[in-house]
Design a binder for this molecule. Structure first.
Ligand SMILES: C[S@@+](CC[C@H](N)C(=O)[O-])C[C@H]1O[C@@H](n2cnc3c(N)ncnc32)[C@H](O)[C@@H]1O
Length: 239
């Protein structure tokens, strides 16, 4: 099952529909309130059934939600009928340059994009439609504090050498993770923090804010290893 098939599956849609009632998580609310100017026009990338869209609207933002799963978008429209939604792939956004004040790709969504070059393409598409002084907020899981654990230790051992001897390609491969939730599976890339720094620099962006969610928001807990994630806010770099 590829990621799009998984996000078209009724079981997945039902889960996100259930989650949508909760609106923004506390850390999302806090980052948005700090970095998205009040009343901004926000692109909600990978909006699913509209959890973040609902939260953004209730904080007074104007929002356009996009998702490549038409079933997610149908549910989002049912949940929030007076909101702009469209079926779009982040790799080829159908908006002119500078259409939005800010953008969000929540819940580690950018790491669902399958290869490094496609993640770079997704970043550049998002930044193309965000105006020059706007910001993009996203989260990623990260590998740095996991490589000494049993699970990642076993994965490293399969390469037959020390982590320090890994090529850049092997490091990318190490982080390509299939999470298996019963019948449904998702491919999620788990990067080292340095990989995201590289991706941000190669997208001609600058970091406005970064940090481990569990350190920044001590009331948060990780449900599992992948949930121990990082918060990123970036803006356009200087021309
Ligand atoms: C982890 S879910 C998050 C859903 C919602 N934003 C939330 O936080 O509850 C990721 C969403 O991103 C969408 N997605 C993944 N890859 C995408 C792509 N290439 N283009 C557009 N949407 C994508 C999926 O269909 C899914 O709805």
């Amino acid at each position: 099952m590829n990621n799009l098939q998984s996000y078209l599956d009724n079981e997945t849609i039902e889960y996100y529909k259930w989650l949508s009632q909760f609106g923004l998580f506390t850390y999302e609310q806090s980052i948005i309130a700090s970095y998205f100017p009040k009343g901004s026009l926000v692109l909600d990338v990978g909006c699913g059934t509209g959890r973040t869209t609902l939260g953004l609207k209730s904080l007074g933002y104007r929002v356009h939600g996009i998702d490549y799963s038409d079933k997610m978008i149908s549910k989002a429209i049912e949940n929030l009928p007076s909101t702009a939604f469209s079926v779009q792939n982040v790799l080829a956004l159908e908006f002119p340059d500078n259409s939005f004040d800010c953008a969000l790709f929540s819940f580690n969504g950018l790491m669902l994009v399958g290869s490094y070059s496609d993640r770079l393409k997704a970043m550049s598409e998002i930044m193309r439609v965000v105006r020059r002084d706007g910001v993009f907020f996203f989260t990623t899981p990260f590998l740095d504090n996991k490589v000494n654990g049993e699970y990642w230790g076993e994965k490293i051992a399969k390469f037959g050498k020390q982590l320090s001897a890994f090529s850049e390609e092997e490091l990318l491969l190490l982080g390509d993770e299939i999470t298996d939730e019963g019948r449904i599976s998702f491919q999620l890339h788990v990067p080292f923090i340095s990989e995201i720094h590289k991706m941000i620099a190669e997208s001609n962006c600058e970091i406005v804010f970064e940090g481990r969610r569990l350190n920044l928001f001590p009331e948060e807990t990780a449900e599992d290893e992948l949930d121990d994630n990082y918060i990123w806010v970036v803006k356009h770099g200087k021309v």
